[in-house]
Design a protein around this ligand. Structure first.
Ligand code: NAD
Length: 296
């Protein structure tokens, strides 16, 4: 039994925390938003009065926040000072590689241990305990975290030193963003050439154009019953989150002076799409920029 502080009880954090409780761990949660606190209590998670209170007696602190600025601020403002020396911080939010490295350094400078452990698999994977974890950090910290990651996930890869879990996440999601746009554009072209969706799917899903964006997240209704296209494009993973992840990819592209024109373009298209979403646009599959939201 490990004493865990779980901070950030949103769409992903709450089901992950529930799985840890069900596996017999002592979990104290915290979230800034009252609705998230209420939902956590309803789900059986004891909630502390503050982040500092939650981490005070913890062996392990897991954070699942929206973005890097929230992680750095929470580490600096209260968590690192309130935790006991040697606490293992597992940072699971999707944040920039350099932010993950800064968070790691802050934790180590404060006398703690830290790994970055972003996830893929979406809310469904968080609920089912089948997330994929990509981990960056020291071998012994990875080994210490592994039994907990195995409660929340099924595929856990140690990618290397600090920040390299986030590097794997950013690169994977850049492939996803580019391939999702490519598949949407190809379906539009196929339509205009008079090719039926099903015929196009039957060929490409068995040919060299086969990819997850086609066979799991097919952008047109019909061929893949579980894809968002058959649920009126209700997102499992909002376009805004894809735009965020591609923004992190763009940041990494610029920092490393990488010639990645497709990654840049994908970021531009998803950012424009997410902006449209915010203004209430729907997502028909009839525009090249309307790749439906992948369920990451
Ligand atoms: P969310 O917005 O639903 O939850 C984040 C929670 O963190 C919020 O409830 C917020 O109030 C809380 N929070 C922020 N600062 C806090 C602080 N200092 N102390 C306590 N709580 C704080 O987001 P989510 O969908 O759960 O995603 C979390 C992270 O996981 C993001 O980085 C996201 O990119 C990544 N991710 C999400 C998905 C997905 O499908 N939703 C999939 C993979 C990865």
């Amino acid at each position: 039994m490990t004493r865990i502080a779980f901070l950030g009880l949103g769409h992903m954090g709450l089901p992950m925390a529930v799985n840890l409780v069900e596996a017999g761990h002592e979990v104290h949660g915290f979230d800034l938003v009252p609705a998230a606190v209420d939902a956590a209590r309803t789900a059986g998670i004891p909630v502390a009065a503050s982040g500092a209170d939650a981490v005070a007696d913890a062996d392990v602190v897991i954070t699942m926040f929206p973005a890097g600025k929230h992680v750095i601020a929470a580490y600096q403002d209260e968590l690192l000072a309130a935790a006991r020396p040697g606490t293992l911080f597992i940072e699971s939010s999707t944040i920039a590689v350099d932010e993950a490295r800064s968070a790691h350094q802050l934790a180590v400078d404060a006398g703690h241990r830290n790994i970055d452990a972003p996830v893929s698999g979406g809310v469904v994977g968080a609920e089912a305990g089948t997330l994929a974890f990509m981990v960056g950090g020291a071998e012994d910290d990875f080994a210490a975290a592994l039994p907990l990651l195995e409660v929340m996930g099924k595929r856990i890869v140690h990618c290397g030193g600090p920040g390299l879990g986030q590097a794997a996440k950013v690169c994977n999601n850049m492939i996803l963003g580019i391939s999702q746009i490519a598949v949407a554009e190809a379906f539009v072209l196929a339509e205009r050439l008079g090719l039926e969706h099903q015929a196009m799917y039957d060929v490409v899903s068995q040919a060299s154009g086969q990819c997850w964006a086609l066979t799991t997240n097919c952008p047109v209704p019909g061929p893949v019953p579980a894809s968002p296209a058959n649920r009126d494009y209700q997102p499992g993973f909002a376009g805004a989150l894809m735009a965020k992840d591609l923004g992190l990819a763009l940041q990494a592209i610029e920092q490393t002076s990488t010639d990645a024109r497709m990654g840049r373009l994908a970021q531009e298209l998803y950012a424009a799409f997410a902006d449209g979403e915010e203004r209430g646009a729907t997502s028909p599959a009839s525009s090249p920029t309307s790749a439906p939201a992948p369920s990451d």
